[in-house]
Ligand binder design. Structure first.
Ligand SMILES: Nc1ncnc2c1ncn2[C@@H]1O[C@H](COP(=O)(O)OP(=O)(O)O)[C@@H](O)[C@H]1O
Ligand SMILES: [Mg+2]
Length: 278
């Protein structure tokens, strides 16, 4: 049974501190959800777990089954069993969907070993059918010209094929209509098992109508400020997030306060103007 353990995690971009002491433990068989308003550090947490080079970890630890992930590159983390379904998947013209997934699957095997082509095609076709995607999908370039909903389903397709031990899905519900949301929900639910843990990141409670989460966490100012169960989700759906801000005693839930951001934008536009005037 896999265990992802995050302790007192602090991370920053340049000098901007974004994560400020995140604690979270996800075991196989569990589904955790992180909710929270925009700008509170949710996607940053996902990127830091996967090892995005833009973020510097300044304090704390992340381990998978006791192994230090912070020492590993992103592809080593993927091989160790982590998967991230991204909020905004990249388009990669020139690389077909099936080549991309096959390469990723082969990379997880021992050197010299390859996924059997027969097995790959069978599984790929099954996954395409389960996700109710277009059949020309294997031959199309990765996410190139895909609609928002197709990109999100394609992330789930990759997850189905790669069978990670810990899957992080960042805003997998955004841009999905109800039918697509239902399909994605069914596919994730089908993959819930004792040897797999999920972290669902979402802005809205409606994803959790389709995927059952055991624990729900609310993120504000780069930390988890509240955890609970389905009751907490219901309350957020009814009352929004303001009552949690009151409880925590904060006015601005974002990581980078508005004032600072305005200052940055102003500095930015001054610099642009200066550059233009030159
Ligand atoms: N690479 C980056 N460069 C600069 N600022 C960033 C970067 N990544 C995140 N931030 C800032 O950190 C804050 C949190 O962002 P994010 O983690 O995307 O929040 P969420 O996913 O909760 O909406 C935002 O203010 C965002 O602008
Ligand atoms: Mg985000």
């Amino acid at each position: 049974m896999p265990i992802l353990k995050i302790e007192n995690l602090h991370a920053q971009v340049d000098d901007i501190k974004i994560l400020k002491g995140v604690n979270l433990e996800i075991k196989g068989g569990q589904t955790h959800a992180i909710m929270g308003p925009n700008g509170t550090g949710k996607s940053t947490l996902a990127s830091v777990i996967m090892g995005h080079p833009r973020y510097e970890v300044t304090e704390g630890s992340i381990t998978l089954d006791g192994e230090n992930l912070l020492d590993m590159s992103t592809d080593e983390r993927a091989r160790a069993g982590l998967f991230l379904g991204m909020q905004a998947p990249q388009e990669v013209p020139g690389v077909t969907n099936s080549d991309f997934i096959k390469t990723a699957m082969n990379a997880r095997l021992k050197e010299g070993e390859n996924v059997s082509l027969f097995k790959f095609i069978r599984e790929f076709d099954q996954a395409v059918a389960k996700l109710k995607m277009r059949e020309d999908l294997p031959h199309r370039y990765l996410n190139d010209g895909f609609s928002g909903g197709e990109k999100k389903r394609n992330e789930i397709l990759q997850m189905r094929m790669l069978k990670p031990s810990i899957a992080i899905l960042d805003e997998i519900d955004s841009g999905l209509d109800i039918d697509a949301l239902k399909t994605v929900g069914e596919n994730v639910t089908e993959m819930q098992s004792e040897d797999r843990g999920f972290l669902l990141i979402t802005h809205y409670q409606r994803l959790l109508d389709y995927i059952k989460a055991d624990t729900v966490h609310v993120m504000m100012q780069g930390r988890i400020v509240k955890s609970g169960d389905a009751e907490l989700v219901k309350r957020i759906d009814q009352d929004g997030y303001d009552w949690i801000k009151d409880e925590v005693g904060i006015e601005d839930e974002r990581v980078v306060p508005e004032a600072e951001k305005e200052e940055q934008t102003m500095l930015g536009s001054c610099a642009t103007r200066e550059a233009l005037e030159k």
